[in-house]
Design a protein around this ligand. Structure first.
Ligand code: TXA
Ligand code: MG
Length: 539
């Protein structure tokens, strides 16, 4: 292909107008979307679409997604628009969801790669919508990377692969989601996820009920097997050095990888685990271990960055598979060609404010065969039995933890309302609690436990969330918790309320936890939800 000059367009009216003009004239332009940059052409112009395949080096049997700015464009693309599609469109468009349905003859064969169906989505990026409107036609747009490379999440990434091969790139900054859209096939009896994305399985199920996940999402295909999304069969997202992914609780995978490190290795890890790799010169991070959205934003640029480091192999901490994490995990596993090692057993962290029902959930876990650990009890035992921890406490809190022993109540009073004292107390005690709980998990595993449940009020503050493979918060309306605390601890409702107010709000837990169980209705209802949750996370 002869080289073209690739124009860099700014994210203003002129840039969008110029992009629209190039597209109307049959050109190809990389545009930002909320997921990744797409390489766009008029979906109805076969010559322009052929240029996309050439620029990417994309196999011609891999169909393109068509992008629209208005629901009225659907009748041009799909034979009919079933109710299920309208429900999903209302719930998730504009947004990172592509729906696959039978196409009209107006959609060229080269767009659908010969399939009788076409995938369509309405992106949520204002610039993408603007450019589609100005182009005046639906736009076919695969991710704007060279075939096999990680998808681009910045204009610079696009240019790395596409400079001289495309007419222009519209620079809209970094993409907010960072992994490609969820692809859902609506042609079968049940919706089927062909590629996970930020619109999660849980979200689609809540809109449409039972939803299947295609096998190609979680395992490599055997020889001769044909995936429903042709793109899922190709090696993808891979840096030059081979990648191995280690799945499991972050503290376990960090320790495991640290034990394997050799000169020339690169490490892809969580921000909150990088201390484990202080001796390794090639460490890249992709977000906090609990933060799937951030991991999604950073994964592809991290994978790209390894190519400029002198690594011979890459050892990666795998992320949690729940919610949006399923999309990140799928891309990471694909980058490793599904070379994945599982480390350790399932550990479910149970947290939430006082009086919401953590202990109830923990007791249920025990009934279901989980090995359970109560972090408060471990703390109390260490206060009794660990001379080392008592000495550390006495150094910081001589009045409450003097030679006569630790007065637990006095200590609690001392730090209540005194932020610095509370942080100091935690800084002294958490390392001991962490170590002890780590030892108990190891022992449970050695004794054949299949799963562990940790009851930890300060799960995130203590860092114990990093010992978990899933985290679950139990929450309840404040009045309900106040009543429970007052009754349980024999204190006034005012005192109970005061105690609750000193704890983080619901948002803190919903942002961080894989599941949130609201304990507001009947006990039976709560236990039913809780059981499903523990079944899911205990496998
Ligand atoms: O977020 C996204 O979807 C981005 C942005 C640019 O919108 N686009 C994107 O396109 O990721 P692409 O071409 O890189 O990935 C499209 C995926 C491929 O795995 C392809 O096989 C599948 O969707 N796909 C497209 N049309 C399909 C169809 N009719 N049936 C089954 N799978 C289809
Ligand atoms: Mg792609």
């Amino acid at each position: 292909m002869s080289a073209v000059k690739t124009i860099r367009l700014l994210p203003d009216d002129q840039g969008a107008s110029c992009a629209g003009g190039i597209l109307r004239a049959g050109g190809i332009v990389a545009i930002p979307t909320e997921t990744v940059y797409g390489l766009a052409a008029s979906a109805l112009n076969e010559k322009a679409v052929a240029r996309i395949f050439a620029a990417k080096g994309r196999p011609s049997d891999n169909p393109l997604i068509v992008h629209i700015s208005d629901l009225s464009q659907l009748s041009q693309l799909w034979e009919s628009v079933p109710e299920r599609a309208l429900i999903l469109a209302r719930a998730f468009w504009p947004g990172p969801l592509t729906m696959v349905l039978p196409k009209t003859p107006a959609v060229p064969e080269c767009v659908s790669a010969g399939l009788p169906t076409v995938g369509v989505r309405m992106p949520a990026h204002p610039l993408a919508l603007d450019v589609i409107r100005r182009a005046g036609v639906p736009l076919a747009a695969p991710s704007a990377n060279a075939s096999g490379r990680p998808s681009p999440t910045t204009a610079a990434d696009v240019l790395q692969d596409m400079d001289g091969r495309i007419d222009a790139v519209l620079d809209g900054g970094a993409c907010a989601v960072g992994v490609e859209s969820t692809v859902v096939d609506l042609t079968g009896e049940h919706p089927r996820i062909l590629r996970p994305g930020a619109v999660t399985l849980e979200m689609i199920e809540s809109a449409l009920g039972l939803t299947e996940v295609d096998e190609a999402v979680t395992r490599p295909l055997g020889a001769g097997e044909r995936p429903r999304a042709p793109g899922m069969k190709y090696r993808h997202y891979a840096p030059k050095a081979p990648v191995t992914v280690f799945d499991g609780a972050p503290v376990r995978t960090a320790a495991h990888i640290a034990g394997l490190l050799q000169p020339g290795d690169g490490v892809l890890c969580f921000d909150d685990c990088k201390e484990a790799f202080a001796a390794c010169p090639h460490v890249l991070c992709y977000g906090q271990s609990w933060d799937a959205a951030e991991q999604g934003r950073r994964l592809f640029s991290a994978l790209r960055a390894f190519d400029s480091l002198p690594c011979v192999r890459i050892l990666a901490q795998g992320c949690r598979p729940w919610g949006e994490g399923a999309a990140v995990r799928n891309r990471l596993h694909k980058s490793a060609g599904f070379n994945v090692v599982s480390v350790g057993l399932p550990v479910v962290g149970i947290t939430g404010r006082s009086g919401c029902g953590k202990s109830l959930l923990t007791r249920l876990a025990a009934d279901m065969g989980y090995f359970t650990v109560d972090a408060d009890a471990v703390y109390a035992e260490l206060l009794q039995n660990s001379g080392e921890m008592r000495a550390a406490l006495a150094a910081r809190f001589p009045e409450e933890a003097g030679p006569g022993g630790v007065d637990r109540r006095a200590l609690a009073r001392r730090v209540f309302g005194d932020e610095q004292a509370r942080l100091d107390l935690n800084a002294v005690t958490h390392p001991f609690v962490l170590r002890e709980i780590g030892a108990r998990i190891a022992q449970a595993e050695a004794e054949g436990a299949r799963a562990v449940a940790l009851d930890v009020p300060l799960l995130f503050e203590s860092g114990l969330d990093r010992a978990c493979t899933a985290t679950c918060a139990v929450l309840a309306p404040e009045d309900v918790s106040v009543g429970r605390i007052a009754e349980r601890d024999g204190i006034s409702p005012e005192r109970a309320r005061e105690r609750l107010r000193a704890q983080p709000g619901d948002d803190f837990y919903t942002a961080r936890c894989d599941a949130v169980l609201v304990n507001a209705g009947s006990r039976g209802e709560f236990l039913k939800k809780a059981r499903l949750c523990l079944q899911k996370y205990g496998r």
